[in-house]
Write a protein that binds this ligand. Structure first.
Ligand code: FE2
Length: 278
């Protein structure tokens, strides 16, 4: 890690690939159309509203030679029409190809009844859909020459069967890939941090610190589904998955192990990933 750039050297690529990564910008953009939802958006209504900084970040990324930008979730504090419109415009006018995946806040109006999975499905369809520019909001692959970026929505901490199938299918041909998601995957030496939560063996109702605060359903009594645990196991066991980029934690970290990495972004501040031939 040097300044804002994480460099990964690997024999798996023949060319260099530089990516701009942005996570957890937490825009609270809203207007009069959000009035009926105020009691669901109030707690999260503080934060920047104008995305001018984000446009500048993308321009800087282009100038630095990034071939694409990834938005890794919690770009929005709640799915307001004004927020989605402005972010859609940022992506549409971006000076480099820009790809979005959701975090746990983007689709969440706090206090609405329903399971996390149902609320996400509803609000992705009702509001967030334009941000994906036709890609499947739950999982899609971006090809950057020889390198694949697997954009996966893990913003409920859980993985759906179709997303596990997607991972298996996309990794099957051995091409080098990077998984891009909002919530980091569990790592054995980070067992003390439940927010490195996908595949965490202690994740569940007993360890959910914020369900009342965030006015959502509590994490399930039984912990992760078998599908989520299989996703976690297979992701780390597949050699051509070079590593993971994620957000959610708001504190930067890099774990490097067994020839792979997990790079967690700081809040709002862009970082770059440079994948270079070894
Ligand atoms: Fe988050």
């Amino acid at each position: 890690m040097d300044g804002e750039t994480l460099t990964v050297r690997t024999p798996a690529v023949r060319q260099s690939h530089r990516l701009l990564l942005v996570g957890d910008a937490h825009y609270a953009t809203d207007d009069a159309r959000g009035e009926p939802f105020r009691r669901y958006s109030a707690r999260m209504s503080g934060g920047p509203r104008d995305m001018g900084d984000l446009r500048k970040d993308l321009e800087r990324g282009r100038k630095a030679g990034c071939e694409a930008a990834l938005f890794l979730g919690d770009m929005l504090n709640f799915p307001s029409e004004a927020g989605v419109e402005q972010l859609t415009d940022v992506i549409a006018k971006a000076p480099l190809p820009t790809y979005y995946i959701s975090g746990n806040h983007d689709w969440h109006y706090e206090g609405l009844p329903g399971t996390e999975a149902d609320l996400r499905r509803e609000w992705v369809a009702r509001r967030l859909k334009p941000l994906y520019r036709g890609h499947d909001p739950m999982a899609y692959a971006v090809r950057l020459g020889e390198l694949k970026i697997l954009m996966v929505d893990d913003s409920t901490y859980e993985i759906l069967p179709a997303q596990l199938e997607f991972l298996r299918r996309e990794l099957a041909n051995g091409a080098p890939a990077v998984l891009a998601a909002h919530i980091p995957l569990h790592l054995a030496w980070r067992r003390g941090d439940i927010f490195f939560g996908v595949g965490h063996p202690d994740w569940g109702a007993a360890t959910d610190p914020y369900w009342e605060f965030e006015r959502r359903e509590r994490w399930p009594e039984g912990g992760h589904s078998q599908t989520t645990l299989a996703f976690w196991r297979e992701a780390w066991a597949t050699p051509n998955l070079l590593g993971v980029v994620a957000g959610h934690i708001h504190t930067q970290s890099v774990d490097a192990f067994d020839g792979r990495f997990q790079f967690v972004l700081p809040k709002r501040t862009p970082r770059q990933l440079l994948v270079q031939p070894a």
